[in-house]
Design a protein around this ligand. Sequence first.
Ligand SMILES: Nc1ncnc2c1ncn2[C@@H]1O[C@H](COP(=O)(O)OP(=O)(O)O)[C@@H](O)[C@H]1O
Ligand SMILES: [Mg+2]
Length: 404
Amino acid sequence: MDHVLSPKRPGNFTYTTITMIQAKKKLNLLKIASNFIVGADVASIEPYGSGHINDTYYINNTNKEDPGYLLQRINHRVFKDIPSLINNIHLVTNHLRSKLKEIPGADPDKEVLSLVMTNDHSYYFSDERGNYWRMYKYLKNTKSIDIVQTNEQAFEGGKAFGKFQMLLFDLDINLLNYTIPAFHHIGLRLTRLNTSLQTDPLDRKKTVAAEVEFIQHRVEHMCAILNLGREGGLPLRITHNDTKFNNILLDENDQAQCVIDLDTVMPGYVAYDFGDAIRSIINTAPEDEADLNKISLNIPLFEAFTRGYLQESAGFLTENEIRSLPLSVLLFPYMQGVRFLTDYLNGDVYYKTHVPDHNLQRARAQFQLLRKLEEQYAKIEGFIWQAANTHLNKDINTNRSEAV
Ligand SMILES: Nc1ncnc2c1ncn2[C@@H]1O[C@H](COP(=O)(O)OP(=O)(O)O)[C@@H](O)[C@H]1O
Ligand SMILES: [Mg+2]
């Protein structure tokens, strides 16, 4: 991309400077890669993928048979304790691998991420600048998609996350660390919103009265999963916690192959994985849609994901966990709206903005999505129970859903 900056452009940077910086960066990456055991000499290193959190590079070695590797600089501003994070991933991938070995037809080498060891037998390398690096084996002939296009893809996505939870259900949660404490904690998000409303640093509070009322009206209902968990009504499981669709690798035939991006894997409630994933596929409009009339629900994608998810998970979920699923579908747009609104009040310090009042627009879009979901709630809840019951021996009394 050197040509993007013209050599004649006035300023400190010239074509030669840019090229030199890039060459130095490459050399540095080569040096970092040399700390990992990649079997043969490194042949090339290139930036890879469109992830927003980590910096990812594809590495090839001189062995033509070897599909290559992904070198990732782990974002240590987001993740404060990288050794614990790597420990989680090591435990989880080992557990998944040993479980898959027992399943006829499963291929652990394709279906689980494989960390690559460093020369001194660790699974991460810290450089002299304080950056942390890890390497995975590259899974060839796979793709990750940002926007779900077909019901089949949605079904596969649901299956992948459901199976992920199911295979991990017998791994002791106490062995895992919280890589981001209180990550999906609605109580904490509401407390932060209240603080921003009180301090109101940019005098924006006066423009968000309707949104604040909308939020307040739903507080109790939206804290129900959290409260039920606190009272012991929901078990903590090992969950993924970042179930965006592009964290699944699909194979060439759109079949889910491997769940990736395991940095946030830690103890959590299954409903959080479900609700977060549904939020990312059910909206027919972009997350920041300004025209609220364009926001509607893609029910077929929701149904397909739900069928896939429950096919894998219904067998181990408790009644309360199933009850918490429809509520989580409401919770995630609510929580995301609260986060956008808080950032708007704070002066857009966390989410990058591209148009005036972008975070307010995003919050409004989330709340509109929530309104649409509330309108269809009976249908959503009914479908979840129907899908769960097809995999359960007995029909559970759905009339008890007021419990959450
Ligand atoms: N082992 C792998 N094999 C092939 N592609 C991968 C692998 N791991 C990650 N990717 C690709 O790299 C992208 C970024 O990786 P990810 O771990 O999700 O980083 P981020 O946290 O930045 O989202 C993914 O969206 C996927 O396309
Ligand atoms: Mg990712």
